[in-house]
Design a protein around this ligand. Structure first.
Ligand code: EPU
Length: 361
């Protein structure tokens, strides 16, 4: 087992924050995880699992041992009467998987093109875009219990997916006994590492083109029923126009979740702000566009320290420093100071508390 010391993480987080890992192990297989857990020294220390670093804010150097997930592999693992089951290693880049499935003639993931990050991180926040969420294409995943070293498999119900949420974002409900089995169905944050994910891609595919931005592209192109490749291209074009490329301008995608309010709360806000962007949900509650709320508070394009609000989408906080420089890049502290200032002004104006999406370390 190779433990690297004092490892720069600037190129391992999409914000480009110049933090370091005190110690880091590159994980290429399930056995690599078990070797760490069996190690007399490292096996007893706190761990931080790092995928593509696209949903994380590093507020300082990382003291826990970093497990950098690099498990590779993509294959058609199985089929059911209705779906192809595609399996990918946790360390594969998400977008590479989307492109690979299309190359194999297996559509279904095209609406999720260009989302930064890795396959292993995708179930954690149930990634979603343009009318499709991961849970719509999910079959099962393999993970390892970080306390017992045992492998286990979870299906969709056990992952407890909801909007930008899963069992992996919740802390375990019971104290972590040294040898107790992972409490299935309860929180698994910090308790398990995802090693492989399987997706169910529908054999009877049809395009998901209900989202306004995609519908616009379809109408412009004058195509009634696009192919998966066309939807993929449109999603790439929409994202490139609206969202900054993390290689150029560091960011972690949407910084806040879109909040949900009751119909009464929404009516109250609409009375004051008739133009507010809102979407009624099946359960009667109403989802508000956080980007609109932040924009309405005048934040779009603003900068505080070296952290800024992207000028084309107010929900995205960006690195206005040099994301490739050690000392001129944004710090996690600057990002969080800006995030708190935004939360305060949205709360003061709308009475709504925005919840950050990335994990703050
Ligand atoms: N809006 C504004 N001003 C802004 C930003 C947005 O008025 O500065 C308005 C837009 O005009 C639109 C509405 O807000 O009417 C929603 O904007 P958009 O379609 O860009 O989507 P979003 O709700 O801001 C969500 C996801 C994105 C995902 C897109 C497309 C969340 C937190 N974000 O953004 O996901 O790509 O929908 O499906 O749910 C991510 O999670 O990192 C991410 C980029």
């Amino acid at each position: 087992m190779l433990v690297e010391k004092n490892v720069p993480l600037q190129h391992s987080n999409t914000f480009g924050i110049a933090a370091r890992a005190h110690a880091l192990v590159r994980v290429h297989s399930e056995d690599d995880v078990r070797a760490v857990l069996a190690d007399p020294f490292w096996g007893r220390r706190p761990l931080l699992v790092l995928g593509g670093g696209s949903n994380i804010v590093l507020t300082g150097d990382v003291e826990p041992l970093v497990l950098k997930m690099e498990i590779q592999g993509m294959r058609v693992a199985d089929e059911t009467p209705t779906a192809w089951i595609v399996e990918a290693g946790a360390g594969e880049r998400w977008h590479d998987l989307v492109a690979w499935t299309l190359d194999q003639g297996l559509p279904g993931l095209e609406n999720l093109a260009l989302i930064p990050g890795t396959v292993g991180a995708s179930p954690v926040q149930n990634i979603g875009a343009y009318g499709v969420e991961l849970q719509d294409r999910f079959d099962s995943l393999d993970a390892i219990d970080l306390v017992t070293g045992q492998g286990f498999t979870l299906d969709a119900a056990q992952c407890a997916f909801s909007y930008r949420d899963s069992v992996f974002k919740h802390v375990p409900a019971e104290p972590l006994g040294p040898r107790s089995a992972a409490p299935r169905g309860m929180g698994l944050a910090g308790r398990a590492v995802i090693t492989r994910v399987r997706f169910a891609l529908p054999k009877a595919w049809k395009p998901e083109i209900g989202y306004l931005d995609i519908e616009r592209k379809r109408a412009e192109a004058g195509i009634e029923r696009p192919t998966a490749r066309q939807v993929f291209d449109w999603v790439c074009e929409i994202r490139r126009a609206k969202l900054p490329d993390p290689e150029v301008l560091g960011n972690a995608g949407s910084f806040f979740k879109n909040p949900t309010v009751t119909a009464e709360q929404c009516a109250d806000i609409i009375a004051r702000e008739p133009r507010i962007v809102h979407y009624p949900l099946a359960d009667g509650s109403i989802k508000l566009a956080a980007g609109w709320l932040i924009d309405a508070c005048g934040w779009k394009g603003k900068t505080m320290g070296k952290a800024g609000v992207y000028e084309r989408q107010a929900l995205v906080l960006v690195n206005r420093g040099d994301r490739h420089s050690d000392d001129a890049s944004v710090t996690g502290g600057e990002v969080m100071t800006l995030a708190r200032a935004i939360q305060t002004s949205v709360y003061e104006r709308f009475g709504i508390r925005l919840e950050p999406e990335p994990v703050v370390v």
